[in-house]
Design a protein around this ligand. Structure first.
Ligand code: HEM
Length: 144
């Protein structure tokens, strides 16, 4: 079960990054091109939302079955930067990123002014993308 989850989490990470990049790029193009926010734009923003939500669920289960997740948590592990990244920094930062993506998507759905809808996706997805990129465990991904 652990190996399957780890592989899923590892491969889905590509989709999360790709989906976010597409949604973010489309939002910037819409914002700076003064375009109307169409249903196509809403669907493109789902490309950033859906893989991130799936990844969150898999990550949460992985956290409790992985030897590098909750089982690692201890005062001593806090002093080790690699252990701290796996059991604390990565999960916490990713949860914040997924919350930001969800807020960006919901605001864009609710707002009435097209430029504000694009801006919501651009800002919240952009911030989430930065957070994800700085706390991916690059020491083990992609592959080694
Ligand atoms: C957008 C969200 C996320 C992305 C893009 C992401 C990405 C990754 C990547 C690329 C790895 C390295 C996989 C490998 O070594 O092959 C990883 C490992 C890990 N992730 Fe995530 N993750 C996300 C969310 C989460 C969440 C929410 C949790 C827990 C609550 C979590 C827990 C873990 C754990 C425990 C590992 C280490 C697994 C192991 O090596 O045994 N992740 N993550």
């Amino acid at each position: 079960m652990y190996t399957g989850l780890l592989h899923s989490h590892s491969y889905l990470a590509y989709l999360v990054l790709l989906g976010l990049l597409i949604s973010f790029g489309n939002a910037l193009a819409g914002l700076f091109g003064n375009k109307p926010f169409s249903d196509k734009d809403r669907k493109l923003s789902l490309l950033g939302l859906i893989p991130a939500h799936l990844q969150w669920v898999i990550g949460l289960i992985l956290y409790f079955v992985s030897p590098r997740g909750a089982s690692l948590a201890s005062g001593a592990a806090m002093k080790d930067s690699v252990s701290r990244l796996y059991f604390l920094e990565h999960p916490l930062t990713m949860v914040i990123a997924v919350v930001l993506i969800t807020i960006g998507y919901s605001r864009a759905k609710r707002l009435q002014i097209d430029s504000k809808r694009f801006k919501s996706i651009a800002i919240f997805y952009g911030l989430a993308l930065v957070l994800i990129l700085i706390r991916i465990p690059w020491i083990s991904w992609p592959g080694n």
